[in-house]
Design a protein around this ligand. Structure first.
Ligand SMILES: NC(=O)c1ccc[n+]([C@@H]2O[C@H](COP(=O)([O-])OP(=O)(O)OC[C@H]3O[C@@H](n4cnc5c(N)ncnc54)[C@H](OP(=O)(O)O)[C@@H]3O)[C@@H](O)[C@H]2O)c1
Length: 278
């Protein structure tokens, strides 16, 4: 069996390769791909360059692959043509399973972030390839815990529950989906037990020993706040839109699917906060 992991030069892909090895997949059965492959020379598996903008590299990387973990690209706005190349290459290579990292509730979500995932899921469905959709909620690593301790926590998610989970947990779930054979044509809504932003502030207070308050802003004010602390306007707009949606449950999944695929409970939020503050 050969398993190809795309985006292995990034956080999630690297964790996924490590999770496959930890589950006993022999190193020679794993191929890690990315653009700047120098970053992953240390993983101990075969490495191939595969830029989502380079169909030939993608086809070469997928030839002979039984399963592909397709980590969504990190350049919003460019993802549709890039993802089209990935799906076309997987189809041409006849891969046995295409596992795609999507977003929570991709089929119904109105988040700006969801649009490209919706279209990618449809491309994969249209390809006829056996698939798994891993609809990942928020990463716990998205939050800046040091800044929260110093300046407080800001957002626009109101009382919405956010089922954030550790990146490594999503990667372990991906390994679980890749390694169980009856998982074709399934969709998983992946996340942790979740919290409201006020609960997250309380958790940060508990771990840090400092009082951290949550300030809830309107989406417009939150976008202005993000720009004021240095984010580009477009990035700020996407993040404040994610909070707008989160207030209405767009990032709430519950932990059931994640824990089922991992075979263990989700990593506690406090562990991630503690590691970030260490
Ligand atoms: N759920 C969430 O909260 C959340 C948050 C952020 C991102 N995401 C999504 O989840 C994905 C994985 O997250 P992450 O933390 O691992 O992100 P990351 O560390 O930024 O990694 C993104 C990976 O995608 C690769 N990539 C981007 N464009 C590519 C291209 N044209 N060709 C080949 N590879 C390309 C990157 O390669 P290079 O190393 O060459 O750049 C990198 O390996 C992201 O790409 C994004 O779609 C989700």
């Amino acid at each position: 069996m050969t398993i190809v992991v795309t985006g292995a030069t990034g956080h999630l892909g690297r964790h996924a390769v490590q999770a496959l090895l930890a589950r006993g997949v022999p190193a020679h059965q794993v191929i890690a791909t990315g653009r700047n492959v120098d970053k992953i020379a240390d993983l101990g598996v075969r490495v191939l360059q595969a830029d989502y903008e380079n169909p030939e590299q993608l086809r070469a990387a997928f030839t002979g692959a039984d399963k592909v973990l397709f980590v969504s690209g990190s350049e919003p706005g460019k993802r549709i043509p890039q993802h089209r190349n990935v799906v076309d290459a997987a189809k041409a290579a006849g891969v046995g399973l295409l596992v795609y990292t999507s977003i929570a509730h991709a089929d119904t979500s109105d988040l700006i972030l969801a649009g490209e995932h919706q279209q990618t899921e449809q491309m994969i469905l249209d390809s006829g390839l056996p698939y798994v959709f891993l609809r990942n909620s928020w990463y716990l690593e998205n939050y800046d815990y040091r800044s929260a301790v110093e300046h407080g926590l800001f957002g626009a998610a109101g009382d919405g529950r956010i089922s954030a989970a550790a990146r490594a947990d999503y990667a372990e779930a991906a390994a679980g989906a890749l390694l169980t054979d009856d998982r074709a044509n399934r969709t998983y809504e992946l996340g942790g037990p979740g919290f409201t932003m006020a609960e997250l502030a309380a958790e940060i207070s508990q771990v840090s020993g400092r009082t951290v308050d949550y300030t809830d802003l309107s989406p417009e004010k939150y976008a202005e706040f993000l720009v004021s602390v240095g984010l580009a306007e477009q990035h700020a707009a996407v993040l404040s839109d994610a909070d707008r949606g989160a207030a209405q449950g767009a990032l709430e999944t519950g932990p059931e699917d994640l824990e089922k695929l991992m075979g263990r409970p989700a990593t506690p939020v406090s562990d991630v906060i503690r590691a970030a503050l260490a």
